[in-house]
Design a protein around this ligand. Sequence first.
Ligand code: AMP
Length: 528
Amino acid sequence: MEPRLSLAAGFVAAAERFPERPAIDVGGELSYGELLHRAKCLAATIQREHSAANGPALSAVFAYRSQTAFAGILGALLAGHGYVPLNRTFPVERTRLMLERSQCQVVIIDAASEPQLEAVLAGINARLALILPERADVSELRSRFPNHRIFGASDLCDVESLQGATPDAIAYLLFTSGSTGQPKGVMVSHHNVRHYVDYVSRRYGFSSQDRLSQTFDMTFDLSAHDMFVGWQNGACVCCPTAKQLIKPGAFINDARLSVWFSVPSTAVFMRRFGVLKPGMYPGLRLSLFCGEALPVEVVQQWLQAAPNSIIENIYGPTELTIACTAYRWDREKSPAEVEQGVVPIGEPFDGMRALIVDDELRVVPEGGDGELVMTGPQLTLGYWQDEAKTRKAFVRLPGETETFYRTGDRVRKGECGGPLLYLGRLDSQVKILGHRVELGEIEAAARDASQIDGAVALGWPMNAGGADGIELFLQADERETATLLDQLRKRLPTYMVPRRVHFLPHFPLNSNGKYDRGALLKILREEA
Ligand code: AMP
């Protein structure tokens, strides 16, 4: 074990250099020294309560936009564990599934997530260690959950020696939407994230004076950028509370941000609410967008609102660790490089290799479009306990010795060695306000809940980055939908729950005899 290699090493080094500087601001600042102290206490408790013989070195963090969320993540890493983020804005059934599937023995919980504990733990047989660092008295919880071991603030201990991690150990396990109906866990290693953080730190030159936004939930991998890039550079990670999140414009100025990072949908939302006016955000020096296609109008308005900021569109799936290509907007050159109103995704990060291939995984001739496949130090370890899915997505190409990840994204290279252009998806994955959604997962849930075999989910209405929401078609006669939607709400995060259900006694079929999604989309278009 080598502490230097752990993803937490950047934070620990910054805490030694700048113990008094703020590490996080989430409804109030917390210094590096204090956050390190809290994380160490959690790490020690994890080490004391986890038994290597009983399961993998993973700990869950059930906390949302709170100091405990950050301390919990660092605590897991300092204990030599990977963290598994859980999200109280998700349905409890999904949270329970993630907890069970990851086989975590320890869960760190913040006060605001506590009310969901009873429902999350219902049906869990394993004897878990539940750590509630914000609770002074846990006696009532101990009597409510006699099958589990419960620890409050006074049960935490300090630790002298921190655990390291082998570079290939899991730093975090993130569950993303899965096309066959179950979320799939992406295993991201310390080595993967360290490569990302080192590269991005060089690219953007962060300093301890920077204040970075943390707009993403921990269950979205882009949150790892904010934390680990920020901490490696001694900067402050500024996380809007749930209340502040709905007013991102005010947050930028109130938190004195110098670096902004969000999905483009947030900027679209800000534009709609009139908070992207010229000169509103003079303090921003860098603005990054990722997670879905970036419409050119967003960039143009953002440039006016943040006149001192560089703007970059960065691209990447969770399986390639946060992001792996980048494109810097240039006022002179870029307008000519925009394709279908969408900003290019640029060039691979140093050390990453990108190829464009056809269905047979053969490289397409220059200038042709095809699927983007990538490899390099950010290629993650595959899917948690799912070799079949891993083999399907992490592939060998003819004539290549390395493993490549099939992104499912259709791209083309711009003319004369120009940037990579994003052209859309090759499968039925869509982005709903930046969230990755496999339509197949919604369809599986709808088939289950309705007992109707014919189910097609579509992203609608479509926008430049993906879609605003989901519409569901069921092959059946009209019936009531309230019960069905209730069942779906119990299983799917809000952004995956269909806004409307349409019934058709017979679905249109395409020439292969499959449900004709295009014809169903046409119905929605005609209705609009
Ligand atoms: P996720 O794993 O949730 O980060 O989603 C990854 C997917 O989001 C990619 O495979 C793309 O389809 C999409 N995506 C991410 N960044 C961009 C971008 N800058 N432009 C277009 N699509 C993007």
